[in-house]
Design a protein. Structure first.
Length: 255
């Protein structure tokens, strides 16, 4: 996957989960989301830059410190210019950043995707109150972060697919799809711990992918952490292939 394709997927992911605030700083998208998930509380180098790496990292640290966040997080990925990546990595090393949550972007063409869910799966084009509550409960969102999470989810500018599976009146699996420019992104696929190993995660993914296809999408994509071997096996079964690599560099701001 070349640089322009990686940049497209980075833009799709940024739009799928809009931050509460975003600061553009010398080619970096610096996002603020009240501490809800790394992806909306990180600095993401996206475009050509001119300023020295250490200067930029210190500036970002101060922005996050002033906002009350306990960590400074920088997302790096394979689509960065190699020289830019080397300079940034060196600056992060020198300033005491560690590495966390390495992952990959997986992509699946939808033209020949014919799988259907084995379990009745609900797809709604709007986020209802009960769906939001169940979704945030299942993904473990802390009470202190719920207001910020709801605001961000409700600020998604593109069509969505709110997927869920219910049993005895209770949500036991869920996921979110976001549709943009012919792509459907799959986010936060969760299954209740008591209901795992029943194929429900695959059914949620399948339902979102089929919905995206019915709405004109040609490609599905998703993020997966490198060490999540179970999810990676599922995505392989669904027809996804691994593309580029991303990772987060982090530093505590409370020490």
């Amino acid at each position: 996957m070349d640089h322009s394709e990686i940049l497209l997927y980075e833009e799709l992911q940024t739009n799928a989960f809009p931050a509460l605030q975003t600061v553009m700083y010398d080619g970096w998208s610096v996002r603020f989301g009240g501490g809800f998930t790394y992806r909306v509380n990180c600095a993401n180098p996206m475009y050509p830059e001119a300023l020295p790496g250490a200067e930029k990292v210190r500036y970002v640290e101060q922005l996050y410190r002033d906002s009350g966040l306990s960590k400074s997080i920088v997302k790096l990925h394979d689509g960065m210019d190699p020289a830019q990546l080397a300079v940034c990595a060196q600056a992060l090393d020198e300033l005491g950043y560690g590495t966390e949550r390495s992952g990959n972007i997986f992509v699946c063409p939808l033209e020949s995707f014919t799988r259907i869910p084995n379990t009745e799966t609900i797809i709604d084009s709007a986020m209802t109150g009960p769906w939001l509550d169940g979704f945030l409960t299942m993904n473990g969102t802390a009470d202190a972060q719920r207001d910020a999470a709801v605001k961000m989810l409700q600020n998604i500018a593109y069509p969505i697919a709110a997927a869920s599976i219910e049993e005895n009146g209770r949500m036991i699996a869920c996921g979110l799809g976001v549709l943009e420019r012919g792509y459907v992104g799959l986010y936060d696929i969760y299954v209740d711990a008591s209901c795992r190993r029943r194929g429900l995660g695959g059914d949620i993914c399948t339902a979102i992918m089929q919905y995206g296809k019915s709405m004109g999408c040609h490609t599905a994509y998703l993020q997966c952490l490198t060490d999540n071997l179970g999810a990676r096996a599922l995505y392989d079964l669904l027809g996804y292939h691994e593309t580029y690599h991303y990772w987060f560099r982090t530093k505590s701001l409370t020490e």
